[in-house]
Design a binder for this molecule. Structure first.
Ligand code: B12
Ligand code: SF4
Ligand code: SF4
Length: 374
């Protein structure tokens, strides 16, 4: 029972109807908690003070609202939290060649923000007919989503900071409806991480600095999606072939052994996410937008995406990638040009011992790097 709500004011039948409608809309889980300040507001503020949000200054701008749902929706009484599975199974071996980069599973298909908000708005309309006023959020709102999801009993806070559901594992999105309606709260789940620390050990950059603590500045998801400028040179080699997001601390989680494929067809992977790395470098602005029109990848724009592709090619590419990288080194966008030159130099140093000293690829690349640095 929600302690903030007097027993006579809750609507148990309405709650059951909401859950049934959420399931009919395709959500895998739907639970309720009180619209009280989030339990880990103090940890969140500390995280901001430590600078762990990096350049995500929008996280700081939302500090007050994220600490109090009353500031987001005056009169808010309950938070309805939904989870939507996006797991697509393992990628087919033949779909990932040596030269294909890795894209985090959440971005294989359509943009989840749009898919989920459409469903949440329908649920919200139903609540309006019961006298509620609502606000719907998926990811981008000023809400500490994992805190409300944990309080509602959707799952528990994993040491990776991921919320874990015992059936879905880590592979689900969260969404919330803040409502002025008073609804009975669900029970929390106990943590089931135990002594496991696999996620912390699996992180390639050491971004999980302690259980439940993530330094975004080192996280490959942040570096490839949120960071707008140059990727710190010392972190580039650690990124491997990841070109959008990272799933290593999720893949490592033993609770994913129960994960089943999502019922949501729009999350199925598209061919655009399985192209050979060097082919992405040939995309102009219009082609990039056409290719990723419905994908979350569109938000980092061509300059961010090609920056990431250059880093991945620097890490896993070979001599045959050099002509494409050389063209990218002449790109009018300086961010792409700089990362392309870094990649060329890295491939060059990796293969120089094997190649002929008069190799025309390396001679022309050497000239390009020298002129860029002048
Ligand atoms: C900013 C952000 C990021 C940043 C920072 C991530 C981070 N851990 O803070 C970056 C860009 C790195 C990122 C990466 C990813 N993200 Co993100 N991100 C967000 C966003 C917008 C805010 C998160 C936030 O408030 N961070 C602030 C810190 C302090 O909070 P936190 O790390 O989440 O910690 C919480 C708990 O750990 C807990 N806590 C804090 N201290 C302690 C101590 C103890 C003892 C305990 C028990 C708990 C606890 O309180 C915090 C608040 O709830 C949310 C959406 C939202 N509006 O909430 C999505 C969200 C968290 N991201 C999501 C996803 C899918 C990802 C990625 C998997 C994407 C990918 N594959 O690349 C990765 C996962 C990386 C990871 N291990 O977290 C999902 C997670 C769903 C889930 N099942 O948990 C969310 C909820 C978006 C959504 N609507 O589905 N993300
Ligand atoms: S998403 Fe990748 S880089 Fe970020 S914390 Fe998890 S394993 Fe580390
Ligand atoms: S890998 Fe282990 S410690 Fe990390 S979230 Fe999963 S169960 Fe918890």
């Amino acid at each position: 029972m929600n302690p903030a709500v007097p027993p006579e004011s809750v609507e148990p039948d309405l709650r059951d109807e909401i859950v049934a409608r959420a399931r009919a809309l395709g959500f895998d889980s739907c639970k309720v908690t009180a619209a009280t300040p989030p339990r880990h507001g103090a940890e969140f503020r500390m995280w901001l003070r430590e600078g762990a949000a990096g350049e995500m200054e929008w996280m700081g701008r939302g500090e007050e609202k994220r600490s109090d749902p009353e500031k987001v929706l005056p009169g808010a009484r309950s938070v309805i939290v939904v989870a939507l599975n996006y797991f697509q199974g393992e990628p087919a071996a033949e779909s990932r060649g040596k030269t294909t980069g890795r894209i985090a599973r959440y971005a294989w298909g359509e943009d989840y923000h749009e898919v989920m908000l459409r469903k949440l708005e329908q649920l919200s309309e139903f609540l309006t007919t019961h006298g509620g006023t609502q606000k719907c959020y998926v990811d981008t709102g000023p809400v500490l989503e994992r805190d409300y999801a944990a309080a509602a009993g959707i799952g528990w806070h994993g040491k990776s900071t991921m919320l874990i559901d015992p059936q879905l594992g880590t592979w689900f999105f969260l969404g919330e409806i803040l409502t002025t309606l008073e609804l009975p709260a669900d029970a929390e789940q106990p943590s089931r991480c135990g002594i496991c620390v696999r996620c912390i050990a699996a992180c390639p950059t050491g971004a999980i600095t302690a259980p439940h603590k993530l330094d975004a500045r080192r996280c490959i998801s942040y570096l490839t999606i949120e960071l707008k400028g140059a990727i710190p040179v010392e972190l580039r080699p650690l990124m491997g072939d990841r070109i959008y997001g990272c799933d290593d601390c999720l893949d490592a989680c033993p609770w994913n052994r129960f994960a089943s494929v999502s019922r949501e067809a729009s999350f199925a992977s598209t061919p655009a996410t399985r192209m050979p790395l060097r082919d992405y470098l040939a995309l102009d602005d219009a082609q990039f937008h056409a290719l990723f029109r419905r994908s979350p990848i569109k938000r980092i724009k061509r300059r961010g995406f090609l920056r990431n592709v250059c880093v991945a090619l620097g890490n896993v590419g070979d001599r045959t990638d050099l002509p494409a990288l050389q063209r990218a080194a002449d790109d009018p966008e300086p961010l792409i040009a700089e990362h392309a030159l870094w990649a060329i130099e890295r491939i060059r140093s990796r293969f120089s011992s094997e190649s002929h000293p008069a190799d025309p690829y390396f001679e022309s690349v050497g000239t390009a790097i020298a002129s860029y640095r002048m």
